[in-house]
Ligand binder design. Sequence first.
Ligand code: RRO
Length: 313
Amino acid sequence: MIESFKLRNVEFNNRILVASGTFGYGDEVPDLVDISQLGGIMTKSLSMKPRDGNPNPRITETASGMLNSIGLANIGVHKFISDKLPTLKKHDTKVIANIAASSVEEYCSVLELLDAQEGVHGFEINVSCPNVKEGGLSFGTDVTLVTRITKELRQRTNKPLIIKLTPNVTHISEFARACEAEGADAVSVINTVIGMAVNIHKRTPKIATTTGGLSGPAVKPIALAKVYETVNAVKIPVIGIGGIVTWEDAVEFFIVGASMVQIGTANFINPSTGITIAHGVKEFCEKNGMDNVGSLVKTLQTNRTISIVDSWL
Ligand code: RRO
C-alpha cells in the first residue's frame, strides 16, 4: 500500500498535511501526537518581523465552524529559524514554511532566508489571509500580483512552491492557472471564507475586526466545489483544505481531485485528527482493492452537464 506522494523533489510520507495556523510551529501539540505519521506540517504564516496580530476577541465559534481574525500574529522568520526549526527538524515529516508578507520584496526576502535552511522542505505562499490590510486578500484577489509573486519566488527556490489561494473570488481557476504558468508546483485550495457573527445583546460584531475567516465543516462544500473547479483547470496538484474532520471527508476531496489534503480547524478539537485520517484513508483504499491512495484521486463520476463550474472552465 503506497501512501507517499512526491511534489517536485520532495517525498512526503503520506498525503495528509496539517494546515497553517492550526498546528503552530509543531511544538505546541502534546507529546502523544506522533508528528512523523503526518505527511507534513504547514507552519503558521511567517513574516519578516514578528507581529502581534489583531486585537481581541479574534476567534468565535459558529455553527459547524469558527471565525478567526488572528491578523497574522507570528514570531517572525528569524525567531522561527533560531527557536523552532531545530525541534521541528527532529521529526520524520516534511516542514513546509507558510509565508505571508505585505510586499513582493518581503515575500522574496523571507523565502530566501528559509530556502537556506535544510530543515525547510518547501513553501506555501499565503496570498489569501482575509484579516490583514496590507497583503492578504488585496494580493490574493489580484491575478496580476499573484502572477508576479509566483514568478519572483520561483526564481529563488528549487524547493516545492505551493500557492495558497482564497475562495473569496469568482473564479479561483483563473488564479490557479496563473500560478501554474509561473512554475508553482501546487496550489492549496482553500483559505478561509470571509464571514461575520453578531452579539445581539450588545449589537456588536463577535470579533474585533467585524469580519473574519470562516473555517470548519461549514465550509467543506465550498472547498469541494473550489477544488473541483481548480483540478479541472490545471495539471499541477491541488491540495484540498476546508472542513475536513473525518477520513470520509478526506476521501471526498481525493475523489474530487485533490492530490493531498490539509487538516485545519479539526486540530483545535483533536491535534491527532490528521493521523486518524491517514489511517482511515489507508484502510478504505485497502478494503476497496486499491494499492495506492493515488488511485482515488480525480475519480468523480459525473455527467458534467449540470455544473455551473464547468461553464467557467
Ligand atoms: O492570521 C490570520 O488571521 C489568518 C491567516 Br494569516 C490566514 O491565512 N487565514 C486566516 O483565516 N487567518
